[in-house]
Write a new protein. Structure first.
Length: 55
């Protein structure tokens, strides 16, 4: 299930505050600037720097 566009429009990277790109199939949000991936669990974005995956 996809995240609502209204929510996606408001989400930013907690590190650099830039817009995140949503990869629905992989269930993650990507910050192209910081090269970090944040997972989405049960349609809830986990925007914690300690749990971000380096790309």
């Amino acid at each position: 299930m996809a995240l609502p566009q209204k929510l996606l429009d408001k989400l930013v990277c907690p590190q650099c505050k830039k817009k995140l790109d949503y990869q629905e199939k992989e269930e993650r949000l990507i910050c192209g600037h910081c090269k970090l991936a944040y997972r989405v669990e049960d349609n809830i974005p986990v925007l914690l720097l300690d749990e971000a995956e380096k790309l």
